[in-house]
Design a protein around this ligand. Structure first.
Ligand SMILES: Nc1nc2c(ncn2[C@@H]2O[C@H](COP(=O)(O)OP(=O)(O)OP(=O)(O)O)[C@@H](O)[C@H]2O)c(=O)[nH]1
Ligand SMILES: [Mg+2]
Ligand SMILES: [Zn+2]
Length: 351
């Protein structure tokens, strides 16, 4: 039992490499096999509708009800979106092959990707202004952080909140590893997260995948819905999912056959829940650039600034250098969370 310690080095994650690598692989493969994107392809009568569960190498595992299919992409694919042809969570149509894979699994070809209802995107790594879709069709975004080891990161929470807003996902926050915190400090955590709990009225769940604390609350929020769990590496996303379903192992077993020795999460993975609904486990993320964020709209993503902004002397006011800025005054008075203001300034600098 310790008080929260200063930052520990964050375990190295595979952020970027995994998503980025796969994006490249797909592009390469598409060129090699001359995959063409075309709308309105007629689905063969043998076609099956499923959900993309996870990538394996250049292929995908697609779940059709309880069955898993190993699917390639070649020939003409019917896709209506322009960013990231196929991602985890996509609803796809597949056409079964006559034969199985060398390892004996059912095999098929993806021929159509249905339009996405929601997307969680980020700005692709590097200097480009390209959108990289991480996951499609989830209703909720669970932003998972840990109380310590590693310490939670409010900058990252704020970025995720904006991405959730843009992608139409309902966000909530999970603070895991509460078992490492002496209960006498719980109130300090609530005070530190006041802006999210009180001002933004977001669900904030204090949890321990180890002790079970908060697990019921998490299950309740996941039940019957589709949710992406995201956050840095090592905060316990996989651990909390493993507590209430073994589906992860089931899908994991198939991927491991193809990609030997996979331990930490290296790719997003769709997991059906016993309570109904699905949860998507995802690899730890280190960098999260927001795709298509505009300077003019930035203040509106900081909801709690709005009521103060009306009293700024200048309109519009960037809340940075202007005299008589009511937002800055509210930060000084402690009415606006200072760290949120820092998030705002950091994001502003990137625009
Ligand atoms: N003390 C404590 N340790 C935990 C808890 N939850 C997870 N851990 C440990 O934290 C480490 C990382 O857990 P994972 O579940 O792999 O974390 P993750 O978020 O899935 O990490 P990535 O897959 O790399 O993104 C493991 O050693 C877990 O045993 C918890 O509630 N309390
Ligand atoms: Mg994991
Ligand atoms: Zn202002």
């Amino acid at each position: 039992m310790t008080q929260r310690k200063p930052s520990q080095p964050t375990p190295v994650d595979d952020d970027g490499i995994s998503y980025q690598g796969r994006t490249r692989e797909r592009v390469k493969r598409a060129e090699r096999t001359k995959t063409r994107i075309k709308q309105g392809k007629v689905i063969d009568h043998k076609g099956l509708r499923g959900i993309v569960a996870t990538p394996i190498g250049p292929n995908w595992i697609v779940a059709v009800e309880q069955e898993f299919w190993i699917c390639g992409v070649s020939g003409v694919v019917d896709v209506s979106h322009s960013s990231t042809m196929i991602v985890v969570g996509d609803v796809v149509w597949i056409e079964p092959d006559a034969h199985r894979t060398e390892l004996g699994d059912l095999s098929a070809n993806i021929v159509k990707v249905e339009p996405r209802t929601t997307v969680l995107s980020r700005k692709a790594a590097g200097k480009t202004q390209k959108e990289q879709v991480l996951v499609a069709n989830v209703e909720q975004l669970g932003i998972v952080m840990s109380a310590t080891l590693p310490d939670y990161n409010k900058r990252l929470i704020d970025r995720y909140l904006i991405a959730a807003d843009k992608g139409d996902l309902a966000p909530f926050i999970v603070i895991n590893k509460m078992d490492l915190i002496d209960p006498q400090y719980y109130a300090d955590f609530e005070a530190d997260l006041y802006v999210y709990i009180e001002q933004l009225a977001l669900p904030v769940i204090f949890l321990s995948a180890k002790s079970g604390m908060g697990m019921q609350e998490l299950q309740d929020i996941l039940a019957g819905r589709s949710t992406l769990l995201t956050g840095p590496s090592g905060v316990g996303k996989s651990s909390m999912i493993n507590r209430f379903t073994d589906a992860r192992q089931r899908v994991g077993a198939i991927s491991e056959k193809y990609e030997k020795g996979r331990h930490t999460t290296t790719a997003s993975l769709v997991i059906p829940l016993p309570s109904g609904g699905i949860v998507v486990d995802s690899p730890g993320i280190r960098e999260f650039g927001i795709f298509e964020l505009e300077a003019g709209e930035l203040p509106f993503y900081f909801e709690e600034f709005t009521s103060y902004a009306a009293n700024c002397k200048f309109a519009p006011c960037s809340h940075t250098h202007e005299p008589h800025c009511a937002v800055k005054a509210a930060v000084e008075a402690g009415e606006i969370d200072e760290e949120r203001y820092v998030s705002y300034l950091n994001l502003k600098e990137t625009l």
